[in-house]
Design a protein around this ligand. Structure first.
Ligand code: FES
Ligand code: FE2
Length: 414
């Protein structure tokens, strides 16, 4: 019996106690997929909350989500509800939707504009930055300053909003440089979100990430994407296109970290990656006919036949075209469900109906995401089979292997 067969444990027999986890990790055979328990065992998910989701930085999207003073929006991440707000001076804040009295949710709606949040239970009232302003009929010496909403560390670079639950966050300075030299060039600081769609996926979040990071599946599963993008081809067929694109990448001064592995948190730094891929000859953007979708952004004076792709931590991904961008957020929702959320950004001055058509703009990544949802969910059903065994990782799935290596290092690190 191979190691792979040993590790394909029936979930009913397997609980990932730390001992069980270390056996699962040490039994992992490089070159193959993860064992079944990683996708099905709820105790693995509990470890992931601690060792991945509460350790790393997460992108919430673009700051244009909350454009005006006192705007707020509620997000889900790591099993928590996070309120993103903009205060009267324009500063952003992130805090838990968790009243410090008895834990009720204080945020009145999914999205809105408010000067303060009043808890519906006993009416403690919090300022837009989370400070506790009033607490009814409490003793005179009650220290309100000690009972503000739990604040999360927040960073905003080139319009992208990142939060972390970690008390001692991973160093984000290298990520900040990479953001400046990638989406900074694309002008995302002066962009706006014009569409957002959420795709609930009945699958473990790792199946969604493994799918996102490889393009072995692009040719069979994404006919629309494959009409304009060349990632689905084996490397030898795209060398010429990529070589031509490399010159343009250099001219633009884009920061590319193609060969770098996903750094683990043992380094103290956040895991990042930036890479480029080519569009087919003559293709300008991610449209049905290859034509432009919106006005050029940032430093672009022409279309460059390429896409710049970014990864942060395990759950935040982006793709930048010269005329628009897409931000992917993956939100784990337990061991067997996750959401994939896509935001589309264009230049802040672009006018809908005049400069861009919303349906055309969102078409490619919408159809591609519906296709991804279907293949991820059918895989999730297969992974639940009594007969499931992890299969070999193909050469075109090198990033899946990198993700798995990173994941195993993170989940093993207390
Ligand atoms: S739970 Fe919020 S005021 Fe009591
Ligand atoms: Fe896909």
């Amino acid at each position: 019996m191979s190691k792979a067969m040993n590790t394909a444990l029936n979930p009913n027999q397997m609980q990932a106690s730390p001992f069980g986890l270390s056996a699962l990790v040490s039994d992992y055979e490089p070159g193959s997929g993860l064992a079944q328990a990683f996708y099905l065992d709820p105790s693995i998910y509990q470890l992931e909350l601690d060792r991945l989701f509460r350790r790393h930085w997460h992108c919430l999207g673009h700051e244009s989500i909350v454009p005006q003073p006192f705007d707020f929006e509620l997000f889900q991440m790591a099993g928590e509800e996070v309120i993103l707000t903009r205060d009267g001076e324009g500063a952003l804040h992130a805090m838990l939707n968790l009243c410090r009295h008895k834990g009720a949710g204080v945020c009145p709606s999914q999205k809105g504009n408010a000067r303060s949040f009043t808890c519906p239970y006993h009416a403690w009232t919090y300022a837009i930055d989370g400070a506790l302003k009033t607490a009814r009929v409490m003793p005179k010496d009650f220290d309100r300053a000690a009972y503000g909403l739990h604040k999360l560390q927040l960073l905003c670079h080139e319009g992208l909003v990142f939060i972390t639950f970690a008390a001692e966050p991973l160093d984000f300075s290298q990520a900040e440089e990479m953001i400046a030299q990638t989406v900074g060039v694309y002008g995302w600081a002066k962009a706006k979100i014009v569409a957002r769609k959420t795709y609930p996926i009945a699958a473990n979040w790792k199946l969604a990430i493994e799918n996102y990071v490889e393009c072995y599946h692009c040719s069979p599963a994404h006919p629309e994407f494959s009409q304009t993008h060349v990632l689905e081809q084996p490397p030898e067929e795209i060398d010429a296109l990529n070589a031509a694109m490399a010159a343009r990448t250099q001219a633009l001064g884009l920061c590319i970290m193609e060969g770098s592995p996903w750094e683990t948190s043992a380094s103290g730094r956040e895991a990042i990656r930036s890479y480029r891929y080519a569009l087919k000859d003559g293709v300008k953007s991610a449209s049905q006919d290859g034509g432009p979708l919106a006005p050029l952004m940032g430093q672009f004076t022409d279309f460059d036949g390429g896409v710049t792709s970014l990864h942060f931590g395990g759950l935040s991904y982006m793709a930048a075209y010269p005329d628009h961008g897409v931000i992917y957020r993956f939100v784990p929702r337990g061991i067997d469900a996750c959401d994939m959320e896509i935001s589309w950004v264009v230049d802040a001055d672009a006018v809908e109906g005049q400069d861009y058509d919303l349906e055309a703009l969102t078409w490619l990544w919408h159809v591609t995401s519906l296709e991804d949802k279907a293949i991820i969910e059918t895989t999730a059903r297969g992974v639940r089979s009594h007969y499931y065994q992890p299969g070999p990782i193909a050469p075109m799935e090198a990033q899946t292997q990198r993700f798995i290596n990173w994941y195993l290092a993170e989940i093993s690190r207390p």
